[in-house]
Design a protein around this ligand. Sequence first.
Ligand SMILES: Nc1ncnc2c1ncn2[C@@H]1O[C@H](COP(=O)(O)OP(=O)(O)OP(=O)(O)O)[C@@H](O)[C@H]1O
Ligand SMILES: [Mg+2]
Length: 378
Amino acid sequence: MKLRELKLVNFRNYKEVILEFNPGINIFIGENGSGKTNILEAIYVLSLTKSSRYGTDLDLIRHEESNLQVAGNVKFDDYEKKYKVTIDKFTKRVYINGNQIKKISDYISEFCVTSFLPNDIEIIKGSPSVRRNILNIQIGLLYNNYLKHVNEYNSLLKIRNEYLKRINLNGQADTKYLDIINNKMIDVSLKIYYFRFFYISEINKILPNIYKKLTGISDIKVYYQNNLGIDKYDVKSIREMMQEKYKKNLYKEMMQGMTLNGLHRDDLIFLINNLDAKIYASQGQQRLIVIAYKIAELLVFKNIKHEYPVLLLDDVFSEIDIKRRNNIVKFLKKDIQVIITTTDLEEIEQDLVNGAKIFKIKNGEIKIKGGAKCKKKK
Ligand SMILES: Nc1ncnc2c1ncn2[C@@H]1O[C@H](COP(=O)(O)OP(=O)(O)OP(=O)(O)O)[C@@H](O)[C@H]1O
Ligand SMILES: [Mg+2]
């Protein structure tokens, strides 16, 4: 899929702008604070309906304005579709071809992105919730049913936690009611576990090869540290173990008023030579692991959906040595649309610059190199 046109209204530092993209490489150059990341963030919002950075939806609205719009025309093999996200103080709306889509989970998974953004180093360094989040996003882009299962699990979790708090206060547990919730949670967990095990095994099939091409080392894997401590998907044992944990921990859970076990506590561990990269890998290595993981995401997506998502690269090359930059570039095949930001064109490999569409940004105003301003004609 290729993003052909993007329109922003009141998005961050952009009042109104329309951009036409190259189906191949697109490069945004500009000084710090000029608005490069904002463009990538807008494309991310168009795909996932929320920001790639910290903060709320309202932070995306241009200061002193009350609503924003991000719209894009996306070209698939033999048709084109229009996607749009609007946000105001009260609500967020999403549209496909002009029709409002009521459930966000029905919107996500058509226009897809894979991104490498500065915060992504948190995939290694950050808390488990960062890793669960990227897992949910990527599996959700592949299978939008997955997001529905995750939403259902989260609602059940909330109900269960509220109930646990209540019985902590009045000291009486209606075990029949808890059994019903537990069984529902087990049913939906089975669906989520299925996708998580499948996705991580797909990543592990290709990650060592990618990391080897980047660094020369192939001993890398992602270990799925699930809360049940199991290493393969098995309906019977998952069911039994979850039942067992709910039973065993009931008193503790009542005292604490929350569900202590379940896939909301899952984590991923990146292992190089069987050692936890969070503890043992250098800063540069951690960056390369994340890049390798992102390339793996891209390739798994292609294997399953038979096309590439749009790749967003925010200032990726600045901390990577020349040899490894070249190795990364080799993965960026001709049929992938890439949108890159940089403060300095020198940092980007000549191979990528040749034939790229280059946008120059200054204070929220964008010009195509050697061309006209990208602004809506009034
Ligand atoms: N809601 C908003 N309304 C108006 N301007 C905003 C809003 N949010 C952020 N900005 C402005 O956007 C600019 C930052 O843009 P962005 O993060 O895209 O910069 P950048 O070009 O990626 O910089 P760097 O090279 O440092 O990464 C800042 O000047 C900031 O003040
Ligand atoms: Mg930036």
